[in-house]
Design a protein around this ligand. Structure first.
Ligand SMILES: [Zn+2]
Ligand SMILES: [Zn+2]
Length: 408
């Protein structure tokens, strides 16, 4: 059926393609749903291996050196992101501290380490079976690592604090800026790309080499359907048929809506100054930024905190209700919509990061202090639940229902 090259199954529609080498900077699109299948970066895997080590060093830099030095009436404070997380924990905001610590610190760090480890195994002569575990974890953790949005959160926190205190940029912030670029490049080496690299270096079974009929959702290997319950390459369970977790997607979305209400009605933070105490909701914070003259940041916070979660919920509802498209054009639009909501997920975390940073930055007892409000954790839950719902939704189902009549 095919001429020997590795096969790749489109994760968005399930169509099979023969994978051909690309020129540097090139992209391969699915002929069926038009989503991106794979791309060839400008740098080689070896160069990215070196850059992954650099990311680890920059990560440490960004966490060790203060991102800001703040002074209020002769009192000085140096703030690091790690310090802000500990501060939130010490003051009893356990939920917010654990959530922001996981998505902003631990998971991005683990992701760099797993990418490094996987590249190391691919390059070395060691047993390729050892690739299975790091790549499985990399695949699971990737959607939850949200470090990129941290830089924006730091900028918003700076602007919000400008009225309360004298804020000076610290060297840690430079580390965060460099880190964002490194992480963006490194994110191309997701589990699927690393499996393809291992194929190209003849380290693992080539996708499609044994036959076709089933696709492993974990490592993307195309293989014969019968003879094994588990993937011949990564030992993950092989689905007999694409399983759509409709009920789970609905349940996660309903839960997200329930958390969304207190997330917007309750205060996200309380500011205590010598003049008194004021409470701010998420929307109130948007208005306040606008009044302070930062209409651009105000717009970003509005889009990230209000528009993105609502759009995600509306778009997912639309996709679930229109599972049987009438034509290919309509289904392509559905695929693009799903692709978009999958990408924007982490930006909603912005405001949660902002309040954690603000609580640590404005911590001058008796002079000015910021307390984290109950909306922060509720809002964090909305982000977690909408990301989980997006992950449970299977964009291939619409394509399956389009293809079924053709077989009859
Ligand atoms: Zn496709
Ligand atoms: Zn597999």
């Amino acid at each position: 059926m095919h001429g020997g090259g590795p096969l790749i199954a489109c994760p968005h529609c399930g169509a099979l393609h023969q994978r051909a080498p690309l020129a540097r900077g090139g992209r391969a699109l699915c002929t069926c749903c038009h989503a991106e299948l794979y791309r060839q970066g400008r740098l080689s895997a070896e160069q990215w291996y070196a850059l992954a080590w650099a990311s680890l060093i920059v990560f440490a830099w960004a966490q060790v050196f203060p991102i800001a030095a703040i002074s209020v009436q002769g009192l000085d404070l140096q703030v690091t992101f790690w310090g802000a997380l500990r501060e939130a924990w010490d003051r009893g905001y356990y939920g917010v501290s654990v959530l922001t610590g996981l998505v902003g610190f631990w998971l991005p760090l683990i992701r760099i380490v797993l990418t490094l480890r996987s590249l190391q195994i691919i390059f070395s002569r060691s047993d390729p079976e050892r690739l299975v575990r790091p790549l499985r974890w990399l695949e699971r953790l990737t959607p939850w690592a949200m470090a990129s949005v941290l830089v924006l959160a730091i900028l918003v926190a700076f602007v919000k604090l400008a009225g309360l205190a004298h804020v000076q940029v610290g060297p840690g912030l430079l580390g965060f800026f460099v880190l964002i670029f490194l992480l963006a490049g490194l994110s191309r080496w997701d589990a699927a790309a690393l499996w393809r690299l291992a194929e190209d270096r003849s380290r693992v079974l080539v996708s499609g080499a044994l036959g076709v009929g089933a696709v492993c959702d974990r490592c993307g290997m195309v293989q014969p359907p019968r003879g094994s319950e588990r993937c011949r390459r990564c030992h993950g369970h092989l689905p007999h048929r694409v399983i759509q977790h409709r009920g789970e997607v609905w349940a996660l979305m309903v839960a997200a809506v329930i958390f969304y209400v207190p997330a917007n009605l309750l205060p996200v933070m309380r500011v205590q100054t010598l003049l008194g105490s004021t409470e701010h909701t998420i929307l109130g914070g948007v208005v306040e930024l606008w009044r302070m003259g930062s209409w651009d940041l105000s717009l970003i916070v509005f889009v990230a905190s209000v528009m993105v979660p609502v759009t995600k919920l509306v778009a997912l509802t639309f996709l679930l209700l229109h599972e049987h498209p009438v034509g290919v054009g309509e289904q392509r639009r559905h695929t693009r919509l799903y692709d978009a909501i999958e990408r924007v997920g982490q930006w909603s975390m912005l405001d949660v990061f902002v309040v954690v940073l603000l609580a640590a930055m404005a911590n001058f007892q008796g002079v000015s202090q910021i307390f984290i409000g109950p909306a922060a954790l509720n809002f964090g839950m909305v982000v977690v639940l909408t990301v989980a719902a997006t992950l449970r939704y299977d964009p291939r189902c619409g394509w399956d229902s389009l293809r079924e009549p053709m077989h009859d």
